[in-house]
Design a protein around this ligand. Structure first.
Ligand code: NAD
Length: 503
C-alpha cells in the first residue's frame, strides 16, 4: 500500500541513507490511525557511521568563522519560513495538532530560535572575556565548541525541539546527531535537507531513527560529547545517568506539574482564559502546562461558571480546518494513559467531575469528524474540589485534564504550589503587580509568567528546576550550554620563573 509520505531514512554525510538493520516501523496519523510513512530503524553500526560522519565534519565547521556559520543558519531560517505551511501540514499529520496551531507556532518558533542564535554568534556572542590582574598580567577566556553532540527529542513539538537543540549547537560550531521521537519522526530528514540546502556542510547535522534503544546507544557512545534531551523525568534520569558515566555535558528538559495561580483580585475573564490556555492548548500535551489551577475559595464558583461557558469554545474537528483548535492525543498508548488518569480521578481520587470525562463519543457527536473511533480522541476534562494528595493532582498526565484547587491565603497557596518534586513552570494572574512579583519570587520553578501562559520566545531562557531538568534552552544563556571555556593567564613579568631562579 502506498503511504502519504515517502520513507524516512537516516541522514548522514549530507544525504539520506538507508538503514542497515533492514527494519522499519510506521508513523501514524493520530486523528485516523492511518499509517503515514515507513521509518528506517538505525542499527548500532548506523549510529556509529552517523557519529563518524559528524566527527569528520567537526574540524572544518568549528573553524568556520562564526559570522559565516551565521549566514548559513540565517538562510536555513528563511527556507523554514518560506516552507512554513508545508512543514506545518507534516507536523499536523504526525502529531495530530490542528493546522491552526502548527502553522502559527511550531515552525515559527523554531525558525525564530535559529535566527536568534545565528545573529547571536554572528554578533560576537561567542567572545570570551579579558580580566586584568596586574599591569603586566591578565586572564583571557575563549568559548570552544564541545564536539559531536546528541539531540534526543520528545513527540509533542517535533520540529521545534529539533531546532531548539540544533540551532545553538550548530551556531556554536558543534555537529549534531539527532534522534526524533519514534512517534513523530516525519520532520527529521526534511529538516536535515533544509540545512543542507542552506549550505550546512555534510556531516554537521545528522539523523538517526528508532526508539529508546537507539537513544540509549547514542547516549552512551564515546564519540558523543554532550546529550541534550527532552522527554519524561524517568527517561531523563536514565539518560543523565548514562551520560555521567562518560562525564558528558547534559541538558535535560523534562516534565512538569505546574501551578497556575489565580490571585484574589484577578480579572475573571483573563484568569479563565489563562487557565484554559494552560490546560487545553495542544490537547494538553505541553510540558509547561499549568494543570494545578489554584483558585481563591471566594472566587471558585464564579470561576467555574465562566469556565463552563467557555469550554464550549473548544472545537475538535478536521485538523486542517482553520476553526479547529483541539486535536486528538498523539498515540494509542498515550490515549490509554490519559484515559486511565481520568478514570482514576473519578473512581479512586473521587474528585468532582465538572466537565468532560470518559464519554468522548457523546462529546464528539456534534463535530464533523468521521470515524473518530479510529483516532485517539479524548474530550477536555475539568476536575474540581481536588486536593493535593490526589494522583491526578500529583502526577504529570500530559493531556487535557485540569484540576481546580481552592485556597484561602497567599502563604498557603505558595506552599502548596511548591509542594512537588517538579519545578518546570508556574504563573500568576492578578492586577496587583506588587503581589505578582512577591509570589513569583517564592515559586520554585524555572519558567514563570505573570498574566500570560505558554509564550516561549527565542530571547527567553527556559529550563526546569528540581526534577524538571538541568540547564536551559534559548536566550543568551542558551548558547553557554554548547561551549566549554578555556581560561588562559598571561604574565609578562616572568614572576613564576623567578621563584625557582632564586632557589
Ligand atoms: P520519553 O521520555 O518517553 O521519550 C523522549 C525521547 O527519549 C524519545 O525520543 C525516546 O525514543 C527517547 N528514549 C527513550 N528511552 C531512552 C533511553 N533509555 N535513552 C535515550 N533515549 C531514550 O518522552 P515523550 O513521551 O516522548 O515526551 C513527553 C515528555 O516530554 C513529557 O514528560 C513532557 O513534559 C516532556 N517535555 C519536556 C519539555 C521541556 O522543555 N521541559 C518539552 C517537551 C516535552
Amino acid at each position: 500500500m502506498s503511504l502519504p509520505y515517502p520513507d524516512r531514512t537516516l541522514y548522514y554525510s549530507g544525504s539520506q541513507q538507508p538503514s542497515t538493520s533492514n527494519k522499519t516501523f510506521q508513523t501514524i496519523d493520530p486523528s485516523t490511525s492511518q499509517p503515514l510513512a515507513n521509518i528506517h530503524i538505525s542499527s548500532p553500526s548506523d549510529v556509529d557511521t552517523a557519529i563518524s560522519s559528524a566527527q569528520k565534519a567537526f574540524p572544518s565547521w568549528s573553524a568556520t568563522p562564526p559570522i559565516e556559520r551565521a549566514r548559513i543558519l540565517q538562510k536555513a531560517a528563511a527556507i523554514l519560513r518560506a516552507r512554513n505551511n508545508e512543514l506545518a501540514e507534516i507536523e499536523t499529520h504526525d502529531t495530530g495538532k490542528p493546522f491552526s496551531e502548527t502553522s502559527g507556532v511550531d515552525i515559527v518558533t523554531g525558525a525564530d530560535v535559529l535566527e536568534y542564535f545565528a545573529n547571536l554568534v554572528g554578533g560576537g556572542g561567542l567572545n570570551g572575556e579579558t580580566i586584568q590582574l596586574r599591569p603586566n598580567a591578565w586572564v583571557y577566556t575563549t568559548k570552544n565548541p564541545l564536539g559531536v553532540c546528541a539531540g534526543i527529542g520528545a513527540w509533542n513539538y517535533p520540529i521545534q525541539i529539533a531546532l531548539w537543540k540544533s540551532a545553538p549547537c550548530l551556531a556554536a560550531g558543534n555537529c549534531m546527531v539527532y534522534k526524533p521521537s519514534e512517534f513523530t519522526p516525519l520532520h527529521s530528514t526534511v529538516l536535515a535537507e533544509i540545512y543542507s540546502e542552506a549550505g550546512v556542510p555534510p556531516g554537521v547535522f545528522n539523523v538517526v531513527q528508532g526508539a529508546g534503544d537507539v537513544g540509549a546507544y547514542l547516549t552512551q557512545h564515546p564519540g558523543i560529547a554532550k546529550v541534550s534531551f527532552t522527554g519524561q523525568v524517568a527517561t531523563g534520569c536514565k539518560v543523565a545517568g548514562s551520560a555521567a558515566g562518560g562525564m558528558k555535558y547534559v541538558t535535560m528538559e523534562l516534565g512538569g506539574k505546574s501551578a497556575c495561580i489565580i490571585l484574589p483580585d484577578a480579572d475573571l475573564e483573563q484568569a479563565v482564559d489563562g487557565a484554559m490556555m494552560a490546560n487545553f492548548f495542544s490537547t494538553g500535551q505541553v510540558c509547561t502546562n499549568g494543570t494545578r489551577v489554584f483558585v481563591p475559595k471566594t472566587m471558585k464558583s464564579a470561576f467555574e461558571k465562566r469556565l463552563l461557558e467557555k469550554m464550549q469554545f473548544i472545537r475538535a474537528g478536521d485538523l486542517m480546518d482553520p476553526s479547529t483548535n483541539f486535536g486528538p492525543l498523539v498515540s494509542k498508548p498515550h490515549l490509554d494513559k490519559v484515559t486511565s488518569y481520568i478514570k482514576h480521578g473519578i473512581e479512586t481520587d473521587k474528585a468532582t467531575l465538572l466537565y468532560g470525562g470518559l464519554d468522548t463519543p457523546s462529546w464528539l457527536q456534534t463535530t464533523p469528524i468521521k470515524d473518530y473511533q479510529k483516532g485517539h480522541w479524548i474530550q477536555p476534562t475539568v476536575f474540581t474540589n481536588c486536593s493535593d494528595d490526589m494522583r491526578i493532582v500529583k502526577e504529570e498526565i500530559f493531556g487535557p485534564v485540569m484540576s481546580i484547587l481552592a485556597y484561602n491565603s497567599i502563604e498557603e497557596v505558595v506552599a502548596r504550589a511548591n509542594n512537588t518534586s517538579l519545578g518546570l513552570a508556574a504563573g500568576v494572574f492578578t492586577k496587583d503587580l506588587n503581589l505578582a512579583h512577591q509570589v513569583i519570587a517564592q515559586l520554585e520553578a524555572g519558567i514563570t509568567w505573570i498574566n500570560s501562559w505558554g509564550e516561549s520566545p527565542a530571547e527567553m531562557s527556559v529550563g526546569g528546576w528540581k526534577m524538571s531538568g538541568v540547564g536551559v534552552e534559548n536566550g543568551r544563556r542558551g548558547i553557554e550550554a554548547w561551549v566549554r571555556t578555556k581560561s588562559t593567564l598571561v604574565d609578562m613579568g616572568g614572576e613564576v620563573a623567578t621563584v625557582f631562579a632564586k632557589l
